[in-house]
Design a protein around this ligand. Structure first.
Ligand SMILES: [Zn+2]
Length: 496
C-alpha cells in the first residue's frame, strides 16, 4: 500500500481504506483510450469523481452558502473560463469558509477558493490570478497527466485527496470535535502535500494563467504580486504554519522570476484595472463575517479612521455589517443610511438594510425594503432569499408560496428556491408538496439518493390531489433511473 493510502487509513479506517484500495484495484482495469493524458482517467471518469466529491462538499458546514460572495467568485471565474481555448463552461466555482490561505482545483474540474485567500488579495487582478492558475491546472489536465506512468499510486492519491478534503471538512463544523478536526486537518494537508503539482506543471499553469488574465482584460501583474507577497510572508513566518496553498503549489523565486520575465516585454498587458465594486463588497463582507463581531467592528472603525477624504462605500458597508452582527442594529442603521441614497446604493446595501430593520424588529419596514429592492434588482437572488425567509419567519407561508410559484415558473435551476418552497409547504400543512420540493432541491444539489428518498415519502400521501400524486410518481421513476445510472458509473470506478 502506498504511503498516501496508509495515511488515509489512519484518518478514517474503514471507508478510507476501502476507497483507497479499491481505486488501486480499479486503476488496473481502466480502459486505455489511446492518448497519453486519457490513459489513466477519461474525462467522463473525472466527471464522475467530480460529481461525487461536490455532492459531499455542498452539504459540508465549511461550504460557504452565501449567494453574494459565491456569485461574485463564480462571475470572475466565468470571465476567465470564457477566454480559455477552447472555451469551457462546465466548471463549478465555490467558496470555502476557511481562514487558511488556499485555493484548489478538484479532480473532476471544480475550483474552491478559501475566504482566507480572498481577504489576503489586495486587488481583483490578484484574486483573478490565483483562479486563472487553478483553471489552467484543469485545462492542461495536470491531474490526469500526473497519473500517466504511475497509475496505481496516483489513483490512490487522487482518492486520498478527495477523501482528505471530505474528512477534514466533514468534522470541522461539529462542536466537541475541534481537536479531532485539527488533527484531521493536519493529516489531510500532509496528504495534499504529496500531491504536489510538479514544477513543470506550475510553470505551465503560470504561463497559461497569465494569458487568461490578459485576454480577460485584467492586470497580469496581479498574479505576480500575489505570489510574491505569499512567498515573502511565508519566509517571514507571518502565517501560522505554511499556507496550504504553498504546500500543493511549490512556489519558488525562480517561478516568480519566470512570471516577471513574461511580463516585461509586452508592457501593453500591464494595465491599471480598477477593482469592481463587486470585488470590493465581497472582500469587505468576508472581512465583516470573520472573527468575533466586536473585532470586526474594531477593524472597520480603524480602517475608516484613516480615511480623511473619501470613505470607501465597501468599508462603510463592512462596518454596518459588523455592527449588525454585534447586535447593535441602531448603530448599524445610522452607519449604513448614507449609502442608501439612490446615487450610491447597491443591492448588497439594500439587503443589509432589510436585515438591520428585521434585527430592530421593524419587520414591515424590512419587507418594504425587500420589495422595492427586488423591483430595482430582480435578478439578485440574495434579495429573493432574504425576502422569502423573512415572510416564512413571520408566519406568512401563503404569501411566500404564491411568490415562489411565480418565480419557479421562470427559474428552475435554483436549489435554494425549492428549499424555501419546502418550508412554505410545511408551514401550510402540505406534506406531499414539502417532500416533492425538498426532492427538487436535493436533485439540484446533485444528491439523487436523497431526492429519491424524499419522493418515496411524497407518494405515500395517497389522499393527496390526484394530479400532484401522479406527478410525484412519475418524477420518482425518472429520478430512480438517474440514480441507477450514477450508481453504475460510480461502481465502474469503485467509488460508490
Ligand atoms: Zn499550481
Amino acid at each position: 500500500m502506498p504511503e498516501t493510502a496508509r495515511r488515509i487509513v489512519k484518518l478514517r479506517p474503514l471507508f478510507a481504506s476501502l476507497l483507497a484500495t479499491s481505486l488501486i484495484a480499479s486503476a488496473q482495469t481502466l480502459p486505455d483510450l489511446g492518448d497519453a493524458s486519457s490513459n489513466a482517467l477519461s474525462e467522463s471518469q473525472e466527471k464522475t469523481i467530480g460529481n461525487r466529491v461536490m455532492r459531499e462538499i455542498r452539504v459540508d458546514p465549511m461550504y460557504l452558502d452565501d449567494w453574494e460572495i459565491t456569485a461574485y467568485v463564480r462571475s470572475l471565474g466565468e470571465r476567465l473560463l470564457a477566454v480559455t481555448d477552447p472555451p469551457r463552461r462546465e466548471l463549478e466555482f465555490f467558496v470555502v469558509n476557511d481562514e487558511q490561505v488556499n485555493a484548489f482545483a478538484l479532480v473532476g474540474g471544480h475550483i474552491g477558493v478559501n475566504t482566507g485567500l480572498i481577504v489576503l488579495t489586495q486587488n481583483e487582478s490578484e484574486l483573478a490570478g490565483v483562479i486563472a492558475h487553478e483553471i489552467s491546472h484543469i485545462t492542461q489536465r495536470h491531474q490526469a497527466r500526473a497519473m500517466h506512468g504511475q497509475r496505481g499510486a496516483q489513483m490512490a492519491s487522487l482518492a486520498a485527496l478527495a477523501l482528505a478534503i471530505l474528512a477534514s471538512r466533514g468534522n470541522s463544523g461539529q462542536s466537541g470535535q475541534v481537536t479531532e478536526a485539527a488533527i484531521m486537518g493536519a493529516s489531510a494537508l500532509s496528504i495534499q502535500s504529496q500531491l504536489d503539482y510538479t514544477r513543470e506543471h506550475e510553470r505551465e499553469a503560470d504561463r497559461v494563467g497569465l494569458a487568461l488574465l490578459e485576454r480577460a482584460g485584467l492586470d497580469t501583474r496581479g498574479m505576480v504580486t500575489f505570489f510574491e507577497r505569499l512567498l515573502r510572508a511565508n519566509r517571514l513566518n507571518e502565517f501560522k504554519g505554511a499556507p496550504s496553498y504553498l504546500r500543493t503549489h511549490p512556489l519558488t523565486t525562480e517561478r516568480i522570476a519566470d512570471m516577471q520575465d513574461r511580463l516585461q516585454p509586452q508592457s501593453t498587458a500591464l494595465r491599471m484595472v480598477p477593482d469592481s465594486i463587486e470585488y470590493r463588497i465581497a472582500r469587505a463582507k468576508i472581512r465583516a463575517m470573520m472573527g468575533a463581531p466586536n473585532e470586526a467592528v474594531a477593524y472597520f472603525r480603524n480602517q475608516l479612521s484613516e480615511r480623511t477624504v473619501v470613505r470607501p462605500r465597501e468599508e462603510v458597508y463592512g462596518l454596518a455589517f459588523a455592527l449588525c452582527r454585534a447586535r447593535e442594529p441602531d448603530e448599524a442603521w445610522k452607519t449604513l443610511a448614507p449609502l442608501l441614497n439612490p446615487e450610491f446604493t447597491h443591492p448588497a446595501f439594500e439587503l443589509l438594510a432589510a436585515r438591520i430593520r428585521a434585527e430592530q424588529a421593524r419587520f414591515d419596514d424590512a419587507l418594504a425594503i425587500y420589495r422595492a429592492a427586488l423591483k430595482a434588482y430582480p435578478a439578485r437572488r440574495a434579495l429573493v432569499y432574504g425576502y422569502l425567509d423573512l415572510l416564512l419567519q413571520r408566519g406568512r407561508g401563503k404569501e411566500a408560496l404564491a411568490d415562489l410559484d411565480e418565480r419557479l415558473r421562470t427559474v428552475q435551476d435554483d436549489a435554494k428556491l425549492y428549499e424555501l418552497q419546502a418550508r412554505a409547504y410545511e408551514s401550510s400543512g402540505q406534506p406531499l408538496g414539502r417532500h416533492r420540493a425538498q426532492a427538487e432541491a436535493y436533485y439540484r444539489r446533485g444528491n439523487l439518493a436523497a431526492a429519491v428518498d424524499q419522493l418515496e415519502l411524497a407518494v405515500k400521501y395517497r389522499n393527496a390531489n390526484f394530479y400532484e400524486l401522479s406527478s410525484a410518481e412519475s418524477r420518482l421513476r425518472e429520478m430512480r433511473v438517474l440514480l441507477e445510472n450514477e450508481r453504475s458509473a460510480e461502481k465502474a470506478m469503485k467509488i460508490s
